[in-house]
Design a protein around this ligand. Structure first.
Ligand SMILES: [Zn+2]
Ligand SMILES: [Zn+2]
Ligand SMILES: [Zn+2]
Ligand SMILES: [Zn+2]
Ligand SMILES: [Zn+2]
Ligand SMILES: [Zn+2]
Ligand SMILES: [Zn+2]
Length: 1753
């Protein structure tokens, strides 16, 4: 790179370098016509610097531009060397107290929920951390780029507008002084001059449209060099562009990707450079290729000097932005220059010109000038206002441009509205001075042109393009929201006037929505096409907040409210003009009342869900009550003009529509209607839809005779006939009527009753009932939590948000709910406080049907648990406000009583089906409500008022003639004992009790004491009876609970059938185990005294009959050498979990020799198992079936599965655990002749000597075997074969055929996966891989146990225990199916690393060998030699000597690499025996190494180090020999204690003082140590020339994560893509294993891996995790697991908010903190090698996961 740059510099025209900035500036200072001078300079030099070839050379261009072009300007501006001038300016500047930091994409931003004026007010991280808000409730989001920090803006914050840093400046600049005062006068003049010229030049060139000419610049040399410039659009995809470019300009795919990436980023890029024709040709190819379906890509052939000047123009704007950073004075000058009107009058300032040209500019140019606007105009308080005016005046034009533009809104100048309109003072000023509200609404209306004949919006033909435009139009609603978001505290007449003008415009808008999308019930045939409905609802949804805010504004000023009410009413009347036209008035009569209405049937005529004008009026009506305007100025209100029947008509139709839909009458109208009804009630819309319709009905009832209302309502429900005809019900039940119709009518009656309940009961909005806003929100929460305990986010979703995205929940939640913290999974939950249950209303109007029934069930259950009766009576309600007070009379109106009576009558007679229990339940609820009402009236009785509510009296009266029906009360008493109404008994009892209470209240004064005692006696009798009953009930309850529990258990069992079975199988295994060992109980072999795991003194283990069951065929079988093979499902994977060196290059698998494991353990092979056992043949059959099925499936569906059959993967048939092979189950592989007599056995030196002779013999034999196959016996004699050694002996394989086959299968699988090669069972590396996997797996398990501070034995789950047993026994048996000579060869080489011989010179030095791997390989390959040894030396002796030898080598290894620091820690005074011995050994080592070792005099330290260093090895060895030989672990090792080391030594047949080993075997050991130390590598290490691993190796952990998640966001926002030169990465992703940040999911960072393009994460897993990766996607706050190229899943992040919830996708923005336990859990998954398994389970559970292209992440 540096060399390239040098070459480039060489190539630069010398004349450019000779330019002197100072001289040019002097010339300019003297010039008469400065502009001409400067333009000439630019005209000459710019084309010489920019655009000199096909590719941009930014470094060279920047350097030269600074030198030749910008330098002179800086000199001119400063009047001196800018190197001095600028710092001077900076110093003199009194910096602004505004932060103004412009956000990068992905940078964290903070908003204070307590203090921010609106949610758009944000702080940068630095300001936030220095502000008071960090202690408040804040919200954190990531910026989409653009926008700036509002620190220092006093209008943005209710409190604490400054952070610590910006506060310092606040006091000084408080008095608004002109920043120009700070600058010398001549500089002011110069700045004006140069800014004006530079700014104009940039604007002119950027907005220039001619292709061959320049604005005011002569072309010096008109060369024939052109660019073919490709522009960005949002229509074509990346792939299309890349494909087209490859064709059009003949470039490679890589180049095309590069072009496309730049076009996408900067908005344009030249794709060809040359003469005009050459470029034009490319252009036409591109246009031709992309014009087929859509409009073609934009391409332009441009002259190179135009491109050059445009490049410099942008550079100049950036330069202006940085120069004004030196001084607020300069900034003001630039603002003045920019806003100065040009000669052409209106819109001729430079700023106007740019704004109006915005949609024609490419991305890169827009970004540059938007940034300049933000750092200049928006940072200067005076000019911000002037700019705001310009912006508002151009608003309509800018928005229209934006509608036509295809770029995102963030890239449009229109987006600056958020910066301007959200400033309260500016917004207010723009409303009053520029009539902004009206402008926005009118612009909006202009862009929604589709209307029907009545002038209403019509979105019928709703195409994709329209949808696109419609989305753009919606951003105008957002602007309106910004303008309204801060509400005025003072009103001027001007503001009132302009607001009401805006309100008028708004009403016009709503008028176009009133009645839109009308629908008619479809009868007969189903509708053919679902009508368009989404657009209308989107509009409604987007406007919901604005409608609410309009009302909020109105509520603030009485005059405005009165005017708005009048206007709204007038518009509603207009909408309803012709309301009664052409309709026949009809007269309804019932119970002696009659009312006139129109003939209208919802089920037959048009009806619309959209009634925003009616609903706005309802909202304003409530405000009249809430603000008491209705009582203060009744004369100013048009209340007399109100016609209640007109007001209620349309909302009532809408509610009836819902009821009919529910009754199934609109089935043929399709799903669009169902969806509309859903949204009508949904939390996003209901506030300005459903809720307001209820309010409108309440308004209507409060103003009219309730009997009239009810009659109209019955008529709209088409039920009036039923209730006005006395015997209707009876007739229905007897007549042979259509069942469907009966059902329909029943539902309609239920719905109608429900509506009455809502009208009377819903009085929790301030203004309707005497409540405040807190009561309303409390009630919502209580009802949500009545359904079930909920998480914070669920509650938030269920509650409506205001314009500040607040629900008001936090302020009340503590009063109604208790918080329960989450565990390791799940989330924190809020639970309803028991005392709040009494507020539960079964007919709460925001319940969906499902919620209602769940809540009912939950509440009844709760009551049963508390041993209460299960009645759910209506709760006591707050009183209505006076304006609505009269509506309670509906409950005691004649028509209502008639309805109640009729239904009760049906229930009493109950023999027909023309009634339903739901109906009765609602009637009972209504009666309950009426009683509550009456009780409340009586209790709040004052002297003056009389109680007019006399429900109790009315229901005690029997019906009048001619029916002579019994009274309601009498019917209730009858029903109380009706056997068919068991469920409602509690409720009826409650009603009767309340009735009596009221009666008592009424007769209060007349009660006599006698009656009371009588009552008491009665009470007592009753109570004893109650007790009896209660006891019975309690018993029944207990029985029921038990039953429920059993049922629950059963269903649980069914659900977890598999898991249950797992345990079951485990159990049988254990039972068999114990029973079989019981047989051997009396054999005295296992004594508790001393257990030894290996060697001649190994404790004898009883032969264990092991019987297991196949999960597939359920047959039992014993595990024996000669029986059919049983296998365990297993999963083998490569692993880097223990790696101490992640940068190690992956060796070529074909040539790699795995015999010696390097102690950095950089890549191992791990084997895991779910522990499920099958017959080998059952498994084979199962696997074949899976394979066949997969092949069929792939052909048919071409879908990925969670497992890769071609790679041998399958799911365990029982637990669906991912597996890729099976391990055979084997009996213990070694049967020992039990020699108690040690004397015959050789000592270590003798043994080594014998084995060395044997290996030597084998070498010779092999050499001979190669040379000639004859004459063996002769050579043997020469060899002096050691006694009893018979190398010609071929041992017999003891295993059955099927076991042998499985040994090979598993061995080959280990080899294939471990080395990533094709399977080859003949390869001599197969046994090595098997031993290696055994060693590595034991090591990982030892680490997991150590990290958890768990004991070595007795803590492993069964599945791991089984897996290790099988794995170790398998590895020990594998040599029987390998080539004997190959295994013997391995043994010889392995041994040579410790006992050198002349044949194996090329073995690694002891520093480069992992001793545990060496031990396992040696011990497991040794039988291959020992089987030919008939000298009587036992295998156990060999094991013991090998173990001792390796242990000693490890001790030397530890001592050589130990970095013992002799710190001043307390040492015990008396040196122990061990310390003395180890010091002696160390001294000997020093001697051997020629004193290259550090001098250490403290035996205490050495011994401590040695013990710590060797512990993991000893623990691994103990596990290994335990699983190999089956000797149980001594009980001492199974309890924690300080003597673990001693017990381990004893179990492993080692002396406690390890160095004794050396003393005992000094004759041979001294020689060996000398030979080890004389190795060259050891010497190099001791000379400090190389590194070596030291012991004990620490366990690997995942990286440390910060507590505060925003630190990570910040870190990621500073991270730029490593491949595209400083660009911000879109999906920064953190590797949790090594901490590398990656640029994921992006074209720029794709690399090729095994012939496929993969994303950065997948590529990283191959080097960092050998295919497995754990990442944190920082922007999404999501953990990503990857395995291989096709597998992956997302996993919940370890970050939780205060409510115990994660925030995947960072949507909620609550502060997030690290949950250490959850992070540990992820770490554990990694350490246990369960990532792949986890992915498998996730993919099985969620099929869509396997469709994701994981490799591109
Ligand atoms: Zn800031
Ligand atoms: Zn600040
Ligand atoms: Zn705050
Ligand atoms: Zn079987
Ligand atoms: Zn399993
Ligand atoms: Zn990594
Ligand atoms: Zn990248």
């Amino acid at each position: 790179m540096a060399a390239d740059l040098e070459a480039e510099v060489q190539a630069i025209d010398k004349s450019l370098l000779e330019c002197s900035a100072e001289e040019i500036a002097v010339k300019w200072l003297q010039a008469n016509d400065l502009q001409k001078e400067v333009y000439q300079h630019l005209a000459y030099y710019v084309p010489k610097i920019y655009c000199r070839g096909p590719n941009p050379a930014p470094q060279r261009e920047d350097m030269l531009a600074q030198h030749v072009l910008l330098g002179p300007m800086e000199w001119y501006l400063c009047g001196e060397d800018p190197a001095f001038g600028f710092p001077k300016l900076e110093q003199a500047n009194k910096p602004s107290h505004l932060c103004g930091h412009v956000f990068k994409v992905g940078e964290p931003t903070y908003s204070c929920r307590d203090c921010a004026v609106d949610p758009t007010c944000v702080l940068c991280m630095e300001c936030f951390l220095g502000s008071i808000h960090r202690e408040h409730r804040y919200r954190m989001t990531t910026s989409g780029g653009g926008g700036f920090c509002d620190c220092g803006d006093t209008e943005a914050w209710k409190e604490g507008p400054y952070c610590q840093k910006h506060e310092l400046n606040a006091s000084e600049t408080a008095e608004e002084e002109d920043p120009l005062v700070q600058l010398p006068e001549d500089m002011v003049a110069r700045a004006y001059n140069i800014f004006a010229i530079a700014f104009k030049y940039a604007v002119d060139i950027l907005t220039w449209e001619k292709e061959n000419e320049l604005p005011g610049l002569e072309m010096i040399e008109k060369s024939d060099t052109y660019y073919c410039m490709l522009f960005n659009d949002e229509v074509h995809t990346y792939e299309q562009v890349i494909y087209t470019l490859q064709k059009a300009v003949n470039c490679t795919q890589k180049e095309a990707v590069g072009f496309a990436t730049t076009v996408d980023r900067d908005g344009r890029r030249s794709v060809r450079y040359g003469d005009f024709q050459y470029c034009d040709q490319a252009k036409s190819v591109i246009v031709r290729n992309t014009s087929r379906q859509t409009k073609p890509l934009k391409v332009q052939v441009m002259h190179s000097s135009i491109v050059a000047h445009q490049s410099f123009g942008l550079k100049l704007l950036t330069w202006l932005g940085s120069v004004i950073g030196y001084s607020d004075g300069l900034r003001r000058i630039l603002c003045q220059v920019g806003l100065q009107e040009g000669p052409d009058g209106e819109n001729s300032s430079l700023v106007d010109k740019l704004m109006l040209y915005d949609s024609k500019l490419w991305k890169g140019a827009r970004n540059v000038y938007h940034q300049l606007f933000m750092s200049s105009l928006l940072m200067d308080l005076k000019y911000k206002k002037l700019f705001a005016i310009r912006f508002a005046r151009n608003y309509e034009r800018l928005q229209s441009d934006f509608m036509k533009d295809d770029h995102d809104r963030e890239l449009s100048i229109a987006d600056l509205s958020i910066q301007i309109f959200t400033v309260p003072s500016l917004a207010r000023m723009l409303i009053t001075e520029e009539n902004l509200m009206t402008t926005i609404i009118k612009t909006f209306m202009d862009h929604l042109r589709h209307r029907d004949i009545q002038g209403r919006f019509q979105f019928e033909r709703y195409t994709a393009l329209q949808a696109f435009k419609f989305r753009r139009v919606q951003s105008l609603i957002l602007d309106l929201k910004y303008v309204l978001i801060s509400k005025p505290t003072e009103w001027s007449d001007d503001l009132r006037h302009k607001f009401l003008e805006g309100f008028d415009a708004f009403l016009e808008l709503l008028k176009c929505m009133q009645g839109m999308d009308p629908i008619t019930r479809q009868v007969g045939q189903h509708i053919e096409m679902e009508p368009e409905w989404e657009a209308a609802f989107t509009l409604q949804m987007k406007l919901t907040l604005v409608i609410s805010m309009m009302q909020d504004w109105c509520a603030l000023d009485e005059k405005v409210l009165i005017e708005a009410y009048k206007k709204c009413l007038a518009v509603l009347m207009q909408c309803h003009s012709g309301f009664t036209d052409g309709e026949q008035p009809i007269v309804l009569s019932m119970c002696g009342h009659s009312v006139e209405t129109i003939r209208y049937c919802v089920s037959q005529e048009k009806v619309s869900i959209h009634l925003p004008v009616s609903r706005l009026l309802a909202g304003l009506h409530v405000l009249l009550s809430k603000t008491e305007v209705a009582y203060k100025f009744p004369e100013l209100l048009p209340l007399s003009e109100l016609s209640p029947p007109m007001l209620i008509e349309h909302p009532l139709r809408c509610l009836v529509l819902c009821a009919q839909v529910h009754a199934g009458m609109w089935r043929r109208n399709g799903f669009s209607l169902v969806n509309q009804i859903y949204y009508y009630h949904n939390v996003k819309c209901r506030r300005e839809m459903f809720d307001k319709d209820i309010v409108m009905l309440q308004t209507g009832v409060s103003m009219m005779d309730p009997n009239h209302f009810l009659m109209i309502m019955l008529s709209r429900f088409e039920l009036d006939q039923i209730f006005s005809t006395p015997d209707y019900g009876k007739r229905f039940s007897t007549e042979n009527t259509n069942k469907d119709v009966v059902q329909q009518n029943n539902t309609l009656i239920e719905e109608m009753l429900y509506l009455v309940i809502m009208i009377v009961g819903e009085r929790f909005s301030p203004g309707i009932g005497q409540v405040n806003a807190t009561d309303e929100i409390k009630r919502e929460i209580i009802h949500q939590l009545s359904i079930r305990p909920m998480a914070h986010s669920e509650l938030v979703k269920a509650l409506p948000e205001d314009e500040n995205r607040e629900t008001g929940m936090e302020s009340v939640i503590e009063e109604v709910a208790c918080f329960k913290k989450p565990g390791l999974t799940g989330r924190g939950l809020y639970e309803l406080k028991p005392e709040c249950a009494k507020n539960f209303n079964l007919y709460f109007y925001h319940f969906s049907r499902a919620e209602q029934s769940k809540a009912e069930e939950a509440q009844r259950k709760l009551k049963r648990q508390n041993r209460e009766d299960t009645a759910l009576p209506p709760p006591a309600l707050p009183p209505f406000c006076p304006l609505f007070a009269s509506l309670v009379n509906i409950l005691q109106s004649d028509v209502m009583l008639c309805i109640m009576g009729t239904i009760l009558q049906w229930a009493v007679e109950h023999n027909g089906y023309a009634w339903s229990e739901a109906m009765l339940q609602r009637v009972l609820h209504l009666i309950g409500m009426a009683l509550q009402e009456e009780k409340h009236h009586l209790e709040n009785l004052t002297e003056e008022n009389v109680v007019t509510f006399s429900f109790t009296q009315k229901i005690s009266r029997p019906g009048e003639a001619p029916n002579n029906s019994p009274s309601i009360l009498a019917m209730l008493e009858t029903l109380q004992n009706a056997p068919h109404l068991e469920v409602h008994k509690d409720m009826i009892r409650w009603i009767l009790k309340t009735f009596n209470t009221i009666k008592k209240l009424r007769e209060n004064s007349s009660t006599t004491p006698v009656a009371e005692t009588e009552g008491n006696i009665m009470e007592e009798v009753k109570s004893s009876r109650d007790k009896d009953k209660a006891e019975r009930k309690r018993k029944a309850e207990i029985a029921r609970l038990r039953r429920e529990k059993i049922m629950a258990q059963m269903s649980e069992m069914q659900r977890h059938f598999i898991n249950e079975n797992k345990e079951l199988f485990q159990q049988t295994l254990e039972e068999l185990d114990t029973s079989s060992s019981g047989v051997h109980e009396n054999s005295p072999v296992i004594s508790d005294a001393k257990l030894t795991a290996l060697g001649p003194e190994q404790t004898r283990v009883a032969e264990h009959r092991q019987v297991v069951m196949c999960i597939l065929c359920q047959e039992e079988q014993e595990v024996k050498v000669d029986s059919r093979a049983m296998v365990l499902a297993a999963f083998i994977q490569r692993s880097t979990v223990l790696s101490k060196n992640r940068n190690k290059a992956i060796p070529d698998p074909e040539k790699y020799d795995p015999l010696f494991m390097h102690p950095d353990l950089s890549c191992g092979t791990h084997t895991g198992s779910c522990g499920h056992i099958m017959h080998a043949h059952c498994w084979q059959r199962y696997f074949d079936a899976v394979q066949a099925k997969e092949q069929r499936r792939q052909q048919r569906l071409r879908v990925h599965t969670s497992y890769d059959v071609e790679n041998g993967e399958f799911l365990c048939p029982l637990c669906e655990c991912l597996s890729n092979t099976v391990i055979p189950l084997l009996p213990p592989p070694r049967i020992f002749s039990n020699r108690l007599d040690m004397s015959g056995q050789p000592n270590l030196a003798q043994w080594i000597k014998t084995v060395s002779q044997q290996t030597k013999a084998l070498y010779l034999l092999r050499d001979e075997g190669c040379a000639s196959s004859s004459g063996n016996s002769e050579k043997m004699d020469q060899l002096q074969l050691p006694e009893g050694f018979r190398p010609d002996f071929k041992p017999k394989n003891p295993y059955s055929e099927s076991i042998k086959e499985m040994l090979t299968t598993f061995g080959t699988a280990t080899y294939k996966v471990g080395l990533k090669v094709h399977p080859n069972e003949e390869d001599p590396r197969v046994p090595i891989m098997c031993w290696g996997s055994c060693a590595y797996t034991i090591q990982t398990i030892e680490r997991i146990l150590a990290d958890d501070d768990k004991l070595l034995f007795g803590n492993l789950p069964c599945r791991q225990d089984d897996c290790l047993t099988s794995l170790t026994r398998f590895a020990a048996a594998h040599w029987t199916v390998s080539s004997l000579s190959a295994v013997q060869g391995h043994f010889c080489t392995l041994l040579a690393s410790l006992v050198p011989n002349e044949k194996n010179g090329n073995v690694p030095c002891i520093l480069d060998i992992d001793m545990f791997h060496l031990l396992v390989s040696l011990v497991l390959s040794f039988p291959a030699i020992h089987c030919q040894d008939f000298s009587g030396v036992s295998l156990g002796t060999g094991d013991l000597h090998l173990f001792h030898l390796v242990t000693m080598a490890h001790i030397i290894q530890i001592l050589l690499t130990s970095s013992t620091e002799e710190n001043g820690m307390d040492q015990e005074n008396a040196n122990s025996e061990e310390e003395v011995a180890v010091l002696t050994l160390y001294k000997f080592l020093c001697q051997c190494t020629g004193s290259a070792l550090k001098e250490i005099s403290s035996g205490w330290h050495l011994w401590r180090n040695l013990k710590a260093g060797i512990m993991p090895f000893l623990r691994c060895s103990a596990l290994f020999f335990h699983y190999l030989n089956g000797v149980p672990a001594p009980s001492e090792v199974q309890v924690s204690g300080t003597n673990q080391f001693e017990h381990l030594c004893s179990y492993l047949s080692l002396p406690n003082n390890l160095t004794c080993l050396f003393q005992e075997n000094s004759e041979i050991m001294n020689t060996l140590i000398e030979s080890w130390c004389s190795n060259n590598e050891v010497k190099r290490y001791l000379e400090g020339k190389r590194h070596a691993i030291s012991y004990a190796r620490e366990s690997n952990k995942l990286i440390d994560l910060p507590d505060d998640y925003s630190c990570l966001i910040n870190q990621a926002s500073n991270f730029s893509c490593p491949k595209s030169g400083g660009d911000k990465s879109r999906a920064p992703t953190l590797c949790l294993v090594c901490g590398t940040m990656l640029c994921s999911q992006s074209y720029c960072c794709q690399t090729e891996l095994e012939g496929e393009d993969v994303g950065a994460c997948t590529a990283h897993t191959y080097t960092c995790g050998s295919g497995v990766g754990i990442f944190l996607r920082v922007r999404e706050c999501q953990v990503l697991f990857l395995a291989g190229k096709t597998k992956g899943c997302f996993y919940p992040p370890p970050y939780l908010d205060d409510y115990g919830e994660t925030d995947q996708g960072l949507r909620r923005g609550n502060p997030l903190h690290l949950c250490k336990e959850r992070f540990k859990k992820i770490q554990k998954l990694w350490q246990q090698h369960s990532i792949t398994e986890e992915i498998g389970h996730a993919q099985e559970a969620n099929q869509t996961l396997s469709g994701i292209d994981w490799q591109h992440l």
